[in-house]
Structures are given as structure tokens and as C-alpha cells.
Design a protein around this ligand. Structure first.
Ligand code: SF4
Length: 352
């Protein structure tokens, strides 16, 4: 009998499967408690099951999550980059970012949804240095979070996580089934138990289906826009040829945003490429009529794309122009740069 990975089951799916083997539904709750609350990944250690039940579980299910191979800690900004290995030997990366302000503490885990990425954005280490290998399963996505939580538990640092973002390797809308399943586990009260508003997916703009997905799940959306015209965008982000800006923005306008919600627009600041007054005017025109927050991201250079980040003055001018038009704008100082876990920097390094 082929064993199924238990981390590939949503809660209702597990209840149904247990019923099929004549086990009561409440056993699903007990199993989920061990896996998602107590972080115990070994049937033998689950004390509220009989030996016979443990034998049945072990016969029917696998318990496998990616294993952590290497952790790099950035002391300057309290981020940790994890190199993980899947059971077929593929490497993926996740980042834990800890932020503390006077009013709140945030622990965000940035997960990957693919090994590599097929979209090949020129400025992105994942797309340009790894290419595309394969999609990740739900268990491999959820497993990144669980492996990091377990690592935190074993190393005595805070296991409380407040946010999950799909901003690592891969395009979520090209692996939507597994991403959706993992979101069900992240938001289930029996699972990781996060509010949908604490979860965000970032897309390079795979047009159809974005609005329906966001409207149904209630999670947040970030769009890696980066360029304000089709000409520029198609040059650096090939996906734009398939889903040009008019199609993308028509889709974004279909999203039902709640009162205090917004769409996050991510915009890399590239010196002389997309950071002039003309560009900021084009950007403002593009987002006009949408509730957005714009996040300007100083560029972190990668090997294959040696553009420079915009000067502080150009960034300042961008911010001033957008704020002058009433658009909430911030500048992200990428967390994790020191360990190359900043935006667009997830490309496996030799950690040997
Ligand atoms: S920026 Fe995102 S969509 Fe583009 S290649 Fe990198 S991982 Fe893929």
C-alpha cells in the first residue's frame, strides 16, 4: 500500500480518511494536535493512541517534512535563512524574519512554493540562477514552517509566528492547488491557526484567477510590479508578455477589498532603469483608482544582474511624489540581506 504523507491532508480530508478506516473523527483532532501544536512528528511518541492505532497510522501514513541542512543568521537584522532538503534531495530556502517595534513583535516566515521558478525575472536570483526544477507539495510548503518552528523549539527561541508570506522561490499562482491546501492548514484552528489576514501571497502577475482566489481565501496580495510600462516590464519580467499590465490591473480591480485592506505593490528601485520622475508618474497613473500600498525595495545585487540600486535621493523623490498624490508608500529595507535572503535573493548557495 502506498503511504500518503500526513502533512498533505487538510483537517476535513483527514477526518474523512480516518472514518474510512473505522476510526472516529476526533482522532483527527488528536493527530493534528501532535503535528501542529506539539510539533511531534513520530507516531511512537503520541501517547494518547494505542499500539494498534499507532501501527495502523504507520502503515497508512508517512510523516515527512523537509529537513534543515543549514541555518544562516543575520545578526544585524535578526533574520534567519534556512536551507532545507526535500526527500528527493532537492534544496529549498525559507527565511524567518523577526521585527520588533515599540508596539508589536512580528515573526514572519517566508516560504517557497517551488524548487526554482519558471518565470525567469532578470533581477531575481531564483529565476535567473536556478531556473525551474519542480513544484512543491502541500507537505513541503507546510513542512518549511513546521521545520522552522521545531528548530526554534529545539534552540530555545520564540516559536510564536505571526505571519506567513509566499515570497520565497516560485510563483504561487502556478502551483495554486498546493498553495491553497497549505493555506487551509495555516488558517485552520486545528493547524497553525493564523488569521487569513496574516498570510500573503506575492505574484509576478499571473492574470486569471487572482481575484477569485483572494476573494475566496481572504488572504492578502502582493504584486511584484517593479516596472510601470509594458515595454520595461516585458524586458525584465517575461511573464508580462503573456499577462500585460492592462490584463493584470483589470484582474486586480475585481478584488473585493475590505475597508482597511489594500493591495501591496512591490517596486524594485533600479538606478536609471525605473526610478525617474517619468516612471513615478507612470506608476501613479497605473495604480490610480485601486487601494494600494507601495513598497519601494532598494535592489540587492545578484551575480547575473549587476544593476545598481537607486540613489537615496531618487528613492526620496519617488516617496515624496507618491505621498503627494495620497498614496501610502514605504521603503523596505530588505531583511536578511546579510545572509542573502532578501527579496529576489533566494538562490541556493554552497553552504559547505
Ligand atoms: S521574482 Fe518571483 S516570479 Fe520572478 S523569477 Fe523570481 S521567484 Fe519567479
Amino acid at each position: 500500500m502506498k503511504k500518503t504523507n500526513l502533512f498533505d491532508f487538510t483537517y476535513p480530508e483527514l477526518e474523512k480518511t480516518l472514518e474510512e478506516i473505522n476510526l472516529p473523527r476526533f482522532r483527527a483532532k488528536q493527530l493534528f494536535d501532535w503535528l501542529y501544536k506539539k510539533l511531534v512528528f513520530d507516531f511512537d511518541l503520541m501517547s494518547n493512541f494505542s499500539s494498534e492505532q499507532k501501527r495502523i497510522f504507520a502503515k497508512k501514513f508517512r510523516l515527512y517534512i523537509p529537513t534543515i541542512e543549514h541555518v544562516a543568521h543575520s545578526s544585524s537584522d535578526s533574520s534567519y535563512k534556512f536551507l532545507l532538503k526535500t526527500d528527493d534531495g532537492k534544496q529549498i530556502e525559507s527565511v524567518l524574519i523577526k521585527e520588533k517595534t515599540s508596539s508589536r513583535e512580528r515573526s514572519t516566515i517566508c516560504v517557497s512554493c517551488m524548487v526554482g521558478c519558471p518565470l525567469g525575472c532578470k533581477f531575481c536570483a531564483t529565476g535567473s540562477e536556478i531556473g525551474f526544477v519542480r513544484k512543491l507539495s502541500c507537505a513541503e510548503i507546510v513542512g518549511q514552517v513546521l521545520a522552522i518552528l521545531k528548530h526554534a523549539q529545539e534552540n530555545n527561541y520564540s516559536q510564536k509566528i505571526t505571519n506567513i508570506v509566499f515570497m520565497g522561490m516560485g510563483e504561487p499562482f502556478l502551483n495554486i492547488e498546493q498553495v491553497q491546501k497549505s493555506i487551509a492548514l495555516f488558517t485552520s484552528t486545528n493547524g497553525i491557526s493564523l488569521s487569513p489576514s496574516k498570510i500573503a501571497v506575492s505574484t509576478a502577475g499571473i492574470g486569471p484567477g487572482i481575484a477569485q482566489f483572494i476573494n475566496e481565501t481572504g488572504i492578502r496580495l502582493a504584486v511584484s510590479l517593479h516596472f510601470p510600462t509594458n515595454e520595461l516590464r516585458s524586458e525584465y519580467m517575461p511573464i508580462n508578455k503573456q499577462f500585460p499590465l492592462d490584463k493584470l490591473f483589470a484582474e486586480l480591480k475585481k478584488i473585493n477589498l475590505k475597508k482597511r485592506d489594500h493591495i501591496l505593490i512591490e517596486y524594485l528601485m533600479l538606478d536609471g532603469i525605473n526610478d525617474t520622475l517619468t516612471h513615478v508618474k507612470q506608476l501613479q497613473k497605473l495604480v490610480h483608482g485601486l487601494k494600494v500600498k507601495i513598497n519601494l525595495i532598494p535592489y540587492n545585487p545578484i551575480k547575473k544582474f549587476r544593476a545598481k540600486t537607486s540613489s537615496p535621493k531618487s528613492i526620496e523623490n519617488f516617496v515624496a511624489y507618491l505621498k503627494g498624490k495620497g498614496i501610502f508608500t514605504s521603503v523596505r529595507h530588505s531583511k536578511g540581506i546579510e545572509v542573502e535572503g532578501g527579496c529576489g535573493q533566494l538562490a541556493l548557495k554552497n553552504h559547505g
